[in-house]
Design a binder for this molecule. Structure first.
Ligand code: AP5
Ligand code: MG
Length: 219
């Protein structure tokens, strides 16, 4: 059976990463693919790719479609070669119309993936600025915290591996607002390419667990 492909579409801070991690823990066989996490791992490792995207990411601009498509495709090929997969949750990919075309084509050619569908998490710009100004992450695992809503047990330390939590370079208020605008400018192109009927919308504000329950139903 082919694996399902579910895109979590949404502005920065809409909760894509938080919800993707929750659902992949809850549903065996579902895997989380975050191009942002993949780029941050490259930056942390000091690789050539990491060096080439570091400034772009810190300023909130988009990495080129070619580089992003390559990073995405090699990660998915690696995951599919490791064993059976029920579904993929794509977080932060695709982010442009050309990436969406690449994804649709990639799924068809792979023979192992269904055509992609999307769930869009809806949040206001103000909620996003509040959330991201208070976000902490573990740059190695991508685990996400919020200083008030989901703080780590020990301040500044990851609950799972005790690693140092940091604030992302692109979580400065002026960069957050420009990332929000960038998302708004690209969103329609992505939805039109997928087809409106393949996109479900879910409110992204409220209790994290209530949103997770709604998403579980759609899964
Ligand atoms: P990426 O890492 O994908 O960032 P993003 O899309 O901007 O999204 P975020 O990770 O900021 O937010 P999120 O929706 O995951 O929210 P989260 O769950 O963390 O990309 C980073 C950069 O990499 C891009 O800007 C670009 O440069 C590059 N890049 C990546 N993909 C690319 C692509 N495809 N093409 C080109 N370039 C690409 O939640 C946010 C905060 O809110 C957390 O603190 C969390 O605890 C909290 N929170 C979550 N849910 C709730 C809730 N219900 N109530 C209260 N707080 C909540
Ligand atoms: Mg994220």
């Amino acid at each position: 059976m082919k694996a399902r492909v579910l895109i979590f579409l949404g502005a920065p801070g809409s909760g894509k990463g938080t919800q993707a991690k929750k659902l992949c823990e809850k549903f065996p066989g579902w895997l989380h693919v975050s191009t942002g996490d993949l780029f941050r791992k490259e930056i942390a490792s000091g690789s050539e790719l990491g060096k080439s995207v570091q400034e772009i990411i810190a300023s909130g601009k988009l990495v080129s479609d070619d580089t992003t498509n390559q990073v995405f495709a090699s990660q998915v090929e690696r995951l599919l070669s490791q064993g059976p997969v029920k579904g993929l949750i794509l977080d932060g990919y695709p982010r442009t119309r050309p990436q969406t075309q690449f994804l649709i084509d990639f799924c068809r050619k792979s023979g192992k993936l269904e055509d992609p569908k999307a769930i869009e998490l809806l949040v206001s710009e103000e909620a996003v600025v509040e959330r991201l100004s208070n976000r902490l992450i573990n740059p190695r695992s991508g685990r996400v915290y919020h200083k008030l809503f989901s703080p780590p047990r020990v301040p500044g330390k990851d609950d799972e591996d005790g690693g140092e939590l940091i604030q992302r370079d692109d979580d400065k208020p002026e960069v957050i607002r420009s990332r929000f605008k960038l998302y708004t400018s690209q969103r329609d192109g992505i939805v039109n390419e997928l087809g409106n009927d393949r996109v479900n919308q879910v409110p992204g504000e409220g209790e994290t667990s209530a949103i997770a329950a709604q998403l579980s139903n759609l899964l």
